[in-house]
Design a protein around this ligand. Structure first.
Ligand code: ADP
Ligand code: MG
Length: 505
C-alpha cells in the first residue's frame, strides 16, 4: 500500500500536470512536439479524441500512432494512462516525451520496488500527465488502489492486437483490460494497432466496447517497399538471395527472420563464412547479450541481424533496407508487420520471403499440437490423478506412454503441451521433472475451454493457408497483402514495382 498524502486545502492535487498543455491540436503539435505538420491520419484521430469519443485506430507501423494519444492526452484534463506490452517500448516513449516537457513516466516490474512506489506516489499527487504501464500492472493492488483517486482523462491501449486471440501476439493480461476500463469508471479509451484484420478489429472493439463508428483505419500501403517471393529448392539455395541483398545494400541494415534458434545459429554462421557481418538474436539469449546485439545493430556496427520474431515490436530503425523471411510466417498479419520494419524512412527497401515446402512442417505441427485434443488432455489428467497425491517424477515420454490408450497417438511433445494447459488452468504445477496435481476434479470439471481449442486450431490453419496463397499470387504482391486487410491502395491494383508487377509488365 502507498501512503495516501493528506490533502492540503491550499494546494489541490496535481495542479499543473492535470490541466491541458495546449489549446488546440495545431498549437500542441508545434509547441509540445515541435512538429510542423501532421502525418496522414494523425489529425483525424486527435480531433476524434478531443471530441471526447473512443477510437480504435489501425495505422501502419511508423505512421506516428503514439503522437495521436500523446497529443490528445496533452489537450485534455487528467492523466493519460498508456498500456504498452514491452518495457523497452515504454522507455523509448518516456525518454522522447521528457524532451518535450510533458511530464511522463513508466511504472514497471523491471525497476526497484522503491522506485515503483515513488513514481506511484508522484502519479497520485498529480506530477505526471502521461504514465506508461504493462497490462500486468493492473494485477497489483497498490497500483489499482492508488489509481482509484487519479483522474484518468484517457486510457490508451497500444499494440491493441494483443487483446485478440486471433492476433499474432495474444497476451492474456491484455484481455482483462475491458474489466480494467470498467473498474476505473469507463474512461475515454483509444486502442491502437498497426495490424488488424476485420476479425481482430471486431474482437478488439467488442472486448473494449468501441463501436464500428469509432474505428479509424488509415492507409496501410507502403509504396516504397519491394515485395518478392523466392522459391528455394534447398537450404543452400536460401543463402544465395540473402547474400545478393547483402551485396546490394553493403553495410546497411538488414533483418533476416528465422524460425528456430538452431536456424538463427546456422544462418549467422554461413553469412559470416561468406564475409557478411551478421549477428544472431533470439529470446533464449541472456538479456545482456540480447541488449548489446540490438544496440550494436541500431548503431550500424553490425549490418545484418538474424533473428527470431522475438526481435520485433518496438524495433524502430528507420533505415532498414531489407527484411528477409527465411521461413514462411504463420499469418499474413505477422508477415506484413515484420516485413513492414523495412524502409520506414520512405526510401526503397526489400521484403523477401523465402519459401520451401518443407518449412510448412513446423507450422502444421504447431497448428495440430499447440491446442491438443480434449481427449488427450483428459487422458493425461486421469493418469496424473491416478498417481495419487504429492509430486511425481515424469518425462514427456514416460507421461505420454503411460497416458496413451491402446492404438492411440500421443506424442511426448503433445503430452507436454497438455501439462501446460492444465497448469495454466490451475489444476497442477510442474517443473524440474516433477508434476503435482493440485485439486483432483473430474474430467468434465476441468477449467479449460475446449471449444476454443478447436477454433484456434482451425484459425491457425486458415491463417497459414492464406499465407501460402500469398506465395502463389500471380498479381501485385502488395495489393494482395492489402486486400487481406480490406485496405485499398491509392495505387490501385498494381504497386508497379514488386516482383509480380515487374514480371507482368
Ligand atoms: P507507430 O507507433 O505508428 O509505429 P511511432 O508513434 O513510433 O509510430 O512514430 C514513428 C516516428 O514518427 C517517431 O519517431 C515519431 O517521433 C515520428 N513522428 C510522429 N508524428 C510525426 C509528425 N507529425 N511529424 C514528424 N515526425 C513524426
Ligand atoms: Mg507504436
Amino acid at each position: 500500500m502507498i501512503d495516501r498524502p493528506t490533502q492540503n486545502p491550499l494546494t489541490p492535487l496535481g495542479p499543473t500536470a492535470l490541466a491541458p498543455f495546449a489549446e488546440d491540436p495545431e498549437q500542441g503539435l508545434a509547441k509540445i512536439f515541435g512538429f510542423s505538420s501532421f502525418r496522414p491520419g494523425q489529425r483525424q484521430v486527435v480531433e476524434h479524441l478531443v471530441d471526447g469519443r473512443d477510437a480504435l485506430v489501425v495505422m501502419p507501423t511508423g505512421s506516428g500512432k503514439s503522437l495521436c494519444y500523446q497529443l490528445a492526452g496533452a489537450l485534455t484534463q487528467g492523466v493519460t494512462l498508456v498500456v504498452s506490452p514491452l518495457i523497452a517500448l515504454m522507455k523509448d516513449q518516456v525518454d522522447g516525451l521528457r524532451s518535450t516537457g510533458l511530464p511522463a513516466t513508466a511504472i514497471h516490474s523491471a525497476m526497484p520496488r522503491a522506485e515503483q512506489r515513488r513514481r506511484l506516489e508522484e502519479l497520485y499527487v498529480g506530477d505526471y500527465k502521461i504514465v506508461y504501464v504493462a497490462p500486468e500492472r493492473f494485477q497489483s493492488r497498490a497500483f489499482c488502489d492508488a489509481l482509484e483517486d487519479v483522474e484518468i482523462g484517457l486510457l490508451a491501449i497500444d499494440e491493441a492486437h494483443c487483446i485478440s486471440q486471433w492476433g499474432h501476439d495474444f497476451r492474456p493480461a491484455y484481455r482483462r483490460l475491458a474489466q480494467v476500463r470498467q473498474r476505473f469508471g469507463d474512461p475515454q479509451t483509444v486502442a491502437l494497432t498497426a495490424t488488424a484484420t476485420e476479425q481482430v478489429r471486431r474482437d478488439i472493439g467488442e472486448q473494449l466496447g468501441i463501436g464500428a463508428d469509432d474505428e479509424i483505419v488509415g492507409a496501410l500501403e507502403r509504396p516504397n517497399l519491394y515485395f518478392d517471393v523466392y522459391f528455394a529448392g534447398s537450404k543452400e539455395d536460401k543463402l544465395r538471395p540473402i547474400k545478393a541483398l547483402a551485396e546490394r545494400y553493403p553495410g546497411e541494415s538488414i533483418i533476416v527472420y528465422g524460425a528456430t534458434r538452431k536456424q538463427i545459429a546456422s544462418v549467422t554462421r554461413e553469412l559470416n563464412d561468406a564475409n557478411i557481418d551478421a549477428a544472431g538474436y533470439h529470446g533464449g539469449m541472456p538479456a545482456d547479450e540480447r541488449r548489446q546485439t540490438h544496440q550494436r545493430w541500431m548503431n550500424d556496427e553490425i549490418p545484418v541481424l538474424v533473428a527470431t520474431n522475438a526481435f520485433g515490436m518496438g524495433v524502430d530503425k528507420p533505415d532498414v533496407r531489407a527484411v528477409i523471411h527465411y521461413n514462411i510466417p504463420g499469418s499474413i498479419e505477422a508477415y506484413y508487420q515484420e516485413a513492414g520494419r523495412a524502409g520506414r524512412d520512405g526510401n526503397p527497401a526489400h521484403c523477401l520471403l523465402l519459401f520451401n515446402r518443407s518449412d510448412l512442417r513446423v507450422h502444421h505441427w504447431f497448428a495440430e499440437n499447440a491446442f491438443p485434443l480434449q481427449m488427450q488432455v483428459i487422458r493425461i489428467w486421469l493418469h496424473l490423478c491416478s498417481l495419487g497425491p504429492g509430486a511425481h517424477d515424469y518425462t514427456p515420454t514416460s507421461l505420454a506412454r503411460a497416458a496413451r490408450g491402446p492404438g492411440q497417438k500421443l506424442p511426448p511433445r503433445v503430452a507436454q503441451v497438455c501439462l501446460r494447459h492444465l497448469a495454466r488452468a490451475g489444476h497442477l504445477r510442474y517443473g524440474g521433472g516433477q508434476v503435482e496435481v493440485l485439486h483432483e476434479v473430474g474430467p468434465l470439471e476441468l477449467n479449460i475451454d475446449f471449444s476454443r481449442f478447436g477454433d484456434r486450431r482451425l484459425n491457425a490453419k486458415a491463417q497459414l493457408g492464406q499465407m501460402i496463397d500469398y506465395t502463389r499470387a500471380q498479381r501485385c504482391y502488395q495489393a494482395t497483402l492489402l486486400d487481406h486487410f480490406d485496405s485499398t491502395a491509392s495505387f490501385g491494383a498494381r504497386c508497379g514495382h514488386c516482383a509480380n508487377c515487374d514480371a507482368n509488365q
